[in-house]
Design a protein around this ligand. Sequence first.
Ligand code: HEC
Length: 140
Amino acid sequence: MTKPQIWVAIFLLLFIVLFILGRITKEEEVLKKIPNTDVPVDSEQGSTDYLSGEELFGVFECVGCHGTDLKGTAKGPALSNLAQFWSKQKLISYLRNPDSFMGSERFKKYREKYPAQIMPGFDNKDVKDLGKIADYLLGK
Ligand code: HEC
């Protein structure tokens, strides 16, 4: 090989080495960007299977209006002795669509007592979860 040929070969080699190094560090960066993958699936939001009715009552923010220990607040009534008014099925239907139960005397009184609040509908929630809440409320 002539001298210029040796120089060209050295440059080519250097170029290849730098190129490979560049690829390796890039891959590491990509791996770093993937968020913590060892979080257990259960703690991901979305699964409510492991929550009790009482816990769901907190998670769905019923507590904000109905208070801790179901004692009621200025925004919503206490929830006690519900078993005398509701079957489980009826209570689930109520939670999904409270508007359709507004007609009764009891509810007219609620309208006077809590004029600024109405019970929101929870038809976006899993019926299974509403069933757990119903069991919890009917057991109180
Ligand atoms: C924004 C406040 C608010 C939130 C949040 C709320 N409620 Fe209510 N709830 C009310 C009000 C006010 C009433 C009384 C009826 C009415 O006027 O709409 C009521 C009524 C009820 C009743 C009927 C009580 C009876 O005497 O039969 C049940 C049961 C109930 N809520 C359960 C729940 C559950 C379970 C949640 C959560 C999934 C919840 N509420 C979330 C305000 C709220």
